[in-house]
Design a protein around this ligand. Structure first.
Ligand SMILES: Cc1cc2nc3c(=O)[nH]c(=O)nc-3n(C[C@H](O)[C@H](O)[C@H](O)COP(=O)(O)O)c2cc1C
Length: 209
C-alpha cells in the first residue's frame, strides 16, 4: 500500500525520524571526504554528500555546509586558506569515512581519529586522502549563506585532478564504478554502483521511434 505523508505528519515526527525521511528523498549521492587545514597547520577531514556540479568551464563544484554550530571546521578552514580537497570513498575506507562525521573538537584531526592518511602535494595547501583513488583540489570562489536555514553553499574552482588512468574512457568520461567510488543515501547508508548503460547525447529528432 502506498503511504502518504502530509507536511503536518512529518513535522510531528521526532527530529531524527524526520531527518531520515527527508534526507532520503533527494536520493543517492556521491559521498566524498573534504580535506582542509587551518592557518596553524591543523588538518581536518569530514564526509559530505551534498556536492554538486555547477559547470565545466569554468570548472565549478558546490557543496552544502550545515549551520556553523553543527559543522564548523571545514568551512572555517576553507575561509582561512581558500583551499580544500574532495576525495572519493571506496569500500575499503567507508567505515573510516563515516566516522569522520563525528563531532571532534577542533584540535583533533579526523585523519588521526579515523586512521586515514593525509597526503600533501607540492603547491596545494589542503591535504588529500591517500587511500582515496579519485581526488581533486579546489580554490574557494564564493560562499553563499542560505538564510532559510543557516546553511551555506560553498563554491570552488577545480584546480588539480588525480585518478587511475585506466578508469578514463576515450571521450574523457571517468568510469567511477571502476574506481569503486561509493554513493550514499541519507547519512548512514553506503552503496556500490553498477552501470546500466551509457547513452549518446540526446537529440530532439532521435526521440521514440
Ligand atoms: C553520509 C554523510 C553525508 C554528509 N553530508 C554532509 C553535507 O553534505 N554537508 C554537511 O554540512 N554535513 C554533512 N554531513 C555531516 C558532516 O560530516 C559532519 O557535520 C562533520 O562533523 C562536519 O565536520 P567539520 O566541523 O569538521 O566540518 C554528512 C555526514 C554523513 C555521515
Amino acid at each position: 500500500m502506498q503511504k502518504h505523508l502530509r507536511l503536518q505528519d512529518f513535522q510531528d515526527y521526532d527530529r531524527f525520524t524526520r531527518a531520515n525521511i527527508i534526507n532520503s528523498l533527494s536520493g543517492f549521492k556521491s559521498a566524498s571526504l573534504i580535506g582542509t587545514v587551518n592557518e596553524q597547520g591543523q588538518t581536518n577531514l569530514a564526509i559530505f554528500s551534498n556536492i554538486v556540479h555547477i559547470g565545466a568551464d569554468p570548472a565549478l563544484v558546490g557543496f552544502i555546509n550545515r549551520p556553523l554550530e553543527a559543522a564548523p571546521h571545514t568551512l572555517s578552514n576553507i575561509q582561512e586558506t581558500g583551499s580544500y580537497t574532495i576525495n572519493h570513498i571506496s569500500a575499503a575506507i567507508f567505515p573510516q569515512a563515516h566516522q569522520s562525521s563525528a563531532k571532534y573538537p577542533a584540535d583533533i584531526s579526523e585523519f588521526d581519529a579515523t586512521g586515514l592518511t593525509p597526503l600533501f602535494r607540492e603547491g596545494i595547501r589542503a591535504p588529500f586522502v591517500a587511500e582515496s583513488l579519485v581526488q581533486y583540489s579546489l580554490e574557494l570562489q564564493q560562499i553563499i549563506p542560505i538564510e532559510l536555514n543557516g546553511t551555506f553553499f560553498v563554491i570552488g574552482a577545480i584546480q588539480d585532478i588525480f585518478y587511475p588512468e585506466e578508469i578514463q574512457e576515450e571521450d574523457g568520461f571517468l568510469a567511477l564504478e571502476k574506481a569503486g567510488s561509493l554513493c550514499s543515501l541519507g547519512t548512514s547508508a553506503y552503496y556500490e554502483t553498477k552501470r546500466l548503460g551509457k547513452l549518446a547525447y540526446a537529440k530532439a529528432d532521435s526521440a521514440r521511434k
